[in-house]
Design a protein around this ligand. Structure first.
Ligand code: FES
Length: 270
């Protein structure tokens, strides 16, 4: 199936949160997205860059009835640098929502909370889940960043998640951890090492390949169900180009159609 045309959306705001992260908010007139889904986001004029697959961070309807989407994006290359320069009133083209959702793998009435573990911009699709399912103490949020400096100001990065989830732990691999925030421990190291995996009914995670492989290993050892959201370069987003293939125990699957969320036990981590 070839991609349908995207929707031209006005940029409402674009806040530079730190040297690395920015939050892009757009007016979205289309279907209500489910947490974990993504959009193919294209800069205009469209000839300059291919569209980027980006999971949304928050969706809400403002007091005037307009639908809004936000994306938490890390600068890593020319396209994301160009997204970072967008201003209110500029236009981007979005196609979506695409892919599956965390809601399809949520356990019903879990006896224990669910751990959400995000690395860097991988916190965004987990924030979307915490914001969509407002249940007290259901989600414990773990956030990991490369450097303490990249996380400043941390409060802006995590405020949407903190509104709906317990922030359990914030880790930075480099730099000196600062004081507690949202009541969470601040630690130095890799976030997968600071989770008590047996304390959760399920673990949902998004981040780098090595981080997800480590989390999947911990969950296997503790027999905790684990689902991960994968990031892959995507050209079509609709299953046509096979460019986003993911190796699984049941053969290759398309990240854009069968994913981006997969049971960790099904995946073959490199
Ligand atoms: S991006 Fe083309 S098949 Fe997934």
């Amino acid at each position: 199936m070839f991609p349908k045309a995207g929707v031209r959306c006005n940029v409402e705001s674009n806040s530079q949160i730190s040297g690395v992260f920015f939050r892009l908010e757009v007016a979205w007139p289309g279907a209500v997205p489910q947490p974990g889904q993504f959009f193919m986001c294209r800069l205009l004029p469209s000839a300059v860059f291919l569209p980027r697959a980006i999971s949304f961070e928050t969706f809400y309807i403002d007091p005037g009835g307009a639908k809004r989407l936000s994306f938490l994006i890390a600068r890593k290359g020319k396209a994301t640098e160009a997204f970072a320069l967008l201003k209110k009133g500029d236009v981007v083209e979005l196609r979506g929502p695409l892919g599956n959702s965390w809601l399809t793998v949520m356990p019903r009435n879990p006896p224990k909370p669910i751990a959400l573990i995000g690395g860097n911009a991988g916190i965004a699709p987990l924030t979307a889940l915490a914001c969509a399912v407002k249940a007290q103490n259901l989600f414990h949020f773990y956030a990991g960043f490369r450097t303490e400096k990249n996380t400043l100001p941390l409060a802006l990065l995590l405020t949407p998640a903190a509104a709906s989830a317990v922030i359990a732990c914030i880790a930075s691999e480099a730099g000196k951890p600062r004081k507690k925030m949202f009541g969470a421990e601040r630690v130095k190291g890799r976030i997968p090492d600071f989770v008590n995996y047996t304390g959760y009914s399920a673990v949902f995670a998004c981040g780098s390949g090595p981080m997800l492989a480590a989390i999947a290993g911990h969950c296997r050892q503790s027999s905790t169900p684990c689902y991960v959201s994968l990031e892959r370069p995507m050209a079509c987003g609709t299953g046509a180009c096979l460019g986003c293939a993911v190796q699984t125990r049941n053969g290759n699957k398309r990240c854009c159609v069968e994913g981006p969320i997969f049971p960790a036990e099904e995946l073959v981590f490199e």
